[in-house]
Design a protein around this ligand. Structure first.
Ligand code: ASP
Length: 330
């Protein structure tokens, strides 16, 4: 049965939920859809095209969504010319590149790292936290020690050219050493959502956060429910943009819950964006974009301002870049 036929049947027509007894704390629910459903991967911004290509190397061969999203966003973390993801990213106000990432799978397992320095693949450290500890999130020095203990190599950051840019920036922004401000100069997290041919959903999110942020600042990207949320019975969502605004409405969780209530992915993203708009008096520079993918492989996005786009790869159309809808001009 191909995806189009499946649409007509609806989610409940073919999805089965298996529940088994469990030990305390063990996750028990997993939902399986029609195996001929087809796979889809979506990810934020145009760097998502290259990331989707690598994710598709897993999905296209019948691999798991979890493996696909990890492999996909590692592509962006590997790109040292990217100034908003990975160790090529811009540093904080004091010159430290601190990385945030999280990952979540179809069993609602999740892992995250925040304020991680000198490690090239925070997303894989997040997955290691998920798979090898009873915890969800490790931060700072503890996260770094954990990564080193698990054999992740130490890398030098910031890169020479990034450090040079930061020095220039510092000269021109003396005021940020006097009072905390949000810098709107650089962003573009990669958030990726995928559904595999077994109907399982997973997501990943990784960023260096806002360029020249206040030291110690952690954004939405490593926070489960804010930068990313997956519920295998319903769908998945991720966010990019001003993390503080996303955290305030538990953005990605909100989008998934709206889909649970019957909204399409685009409608759910739009309603979450409207909630952000309603809660902020001053929208100047406040860009947030949400992406969502539901259990039927339908996807959509919406942003506060126009200019947010995302990459889509699926069985039917290959890869394309889509402009998210928005009601406001940047
Ligand atoms: N959401 C990220 C943060 O606040 C940045 C971005 O995606 O633009 O750190």
């Amino acid at each position: 049965m191909k995806r189009r036929t499946f649409f007509k049947l609806g989610v409940l027509g073919t999805a089965l939920t298996f529940v088994k007894p469990s030990k305390a704390g063990e996750l028990i629910s997993s939902t399986v859809s029609d195996p001929n459903f087809g796979s889809v991967v979506i990810s934020t911004w145009d760097h998502g095209l290259a990331a989707n290509d690598n994710a598709w190397k897993v999905l296209g061969k019948g691999g798991a969504a979890l493996d696909a999203v990890e492999k996909g966003v590692r592509t962006t973390e590997n790109d040292l010319s990217n100034r908003s993801v990975g160790i090529g990213g811009r540093p904080d106000r004091d010159g430290h590149v601190t990385l945030d990432a999280c990952i979540m799978d179809e069993r609602s397992r999740c892992g995250a790292v925040a304020y991680l320095e000198g490690i090239k693949h925070p997303i894989s450290v997040a997955r290691t936290v998920m798979e090898n500890t009873p915890h969800v999130m490790l931060v700072g020095a503890g996260a770094k020690q954990f990564a080193l203990d698990y054999g992740f190599p130490k890398v030098k950051s910031p890169l020479k050219e990034v450090k040079q840019d930061w020095k220039e920036w510092k000269k021109e922004h003396k005021e940020v050493f006097e009072k905390p401000v949000i810098n709107h100069e650089n962003h573009d997290t990669i958030g990726m959502l995928a559904i595999d041919d077994k109907g399982n959903l997973s997501g990943a999110c990784t960023t260096s956060g806002w360029g020249y942020k206040l030291p110690g600042r952690v954004g939405d990207s490593p926070i489960i429910g804010a930068g990313l949320f997956v519920d295998n019975e319903v769908g998945a969502a991720c966010a990019t943009g001003l993390g503080e605004a996303v955290i305030r409405i538990a953005g990605s969780h909100t989008v998934v819950e709206l889909m649970r209530q019957g909204k399409s992915p685009e409608e759910a993203c739009k309603l979450a964006v409207e909630r952000i708009i309603a809660k902020h008096e001053d929208l100047e520079g406040l860009q947030v974009g949400f992406l969502a993918l539901n259990k039927r492989g339908e996807y959509g996005g919406y942003s506060v301002y126009n200019g947010f786009n995302y990459a889509v790869t699926d069985d039917n159309t290959g890869s394309k870049l889509v402009d998210a809808k928005s009601d406001r001009n940047w």
